[in-house]
Design a protein around this ligand. Structure first.
Ligand SMILES: [Zn+2]
Length: 236
């Protein structure tokens, strides 16, 4: 998620100037930016953006269970990833007939709850990202984030909104790319081990439903499989 300034294409400078004129006794950039957007730019703000900007910034060592706050951390390794089949619109779990309790019949997708260790200069903490965030950001390792959320009773910080402060260095980016390809190759290998003669068309559907980003033909090549004249794909 971008900062409120970036997202709505306004500068900090114009907000502060407007604020000086109308609210000279306040310098709270977040509230001023919200008011400026709503009253000058006539923008209907996304409630998530408003929530993101609201809260106290807290050091990790000072986190208290149940208190909503904002932490700024660098994300370390992913320690857990739980997935389930759910609704692509509202992220609720679907039943065996692909029925979402809220949206009705849907085409379910794999949804993730990802947990990473993350920290600032005062300490580190496990941070869990719900599917709304984890499915958009499959790999946050090395990223500096502002996270709004709260510490639960198990001592895990539950993220509600995030703002990317800084992307990971290039060397990590490259590794990340490689990891995505590797994961998708691995998934294809598992399919081919379970279904030794799967049709290319079925694989295309599977590939699309998983939201894989690596080209299917490239995956087939990398896994060491071939497509025969009948359109069946098999490991060699
Ligand atoms: Zn739904």
């Amino acid at each position: 998620m971008k900062s409120i300034f970036e997202k709505y294409g306004i500068s900090r400078q114009e907000v502060l100037e407007w604020g000086m004129k109308h609210y000279p006794q306040f310098t709270n950039e977040n509230i001023l930016a919200q008011l400026y957007l709503r009253h000058v730019k006539k923008v209907n703000l996304d409630p998530n953006d408003v929530a993101l900007m609201t809260g106290k910034e807290v050091d990790v060592e000072d986190l208290q269970p149940g208190e909503w706050c904002i932490i700024q951390v660098v994300v370390g390794a992913k320690v857990r990833s739980n997935s389930y089949r759910g609704c692509p619109e509202c992220y609720k779990r679907v039943d065996d007939n692909n029925m979402c309790p809220k949206c009705g019949l849907v085409t379910p997708v794999d949804l993730f709850w990802d947990t990473y260790v993350a920290g600032d200069n005062t300490g580190d903490v496990m941070v869990s990202f719900p599917p709304r965030i984890a499915n958009e950001y499959r790999n946050l390792e090395g990223t500096i984030l502002k996270i709004r959320g709260f510490l639960n009773d198990q001592g895990e910080f539950i993220a509600q909104n995030i703002e990317v402060v800084k992307e990971p260095p290039k060397s990590l980016e490259e590794k990340k790319e490689q990891t995505v390809v590797e994961k998708e190759v691995e998934a294809l290998r598992n399919v081919l081990l379970n279904f030794p003669e799967v049709s290319y068309e079925d694989l295309k559907t599977w590939h699309r439903q998983r939201g894989f980003t690596t080209d299917l033909d490239l995956l087939i090549m990398k896994v060491g499989a071939v497509k025969d004249e009948n359109g069946k794909v098999r490991l060699t």
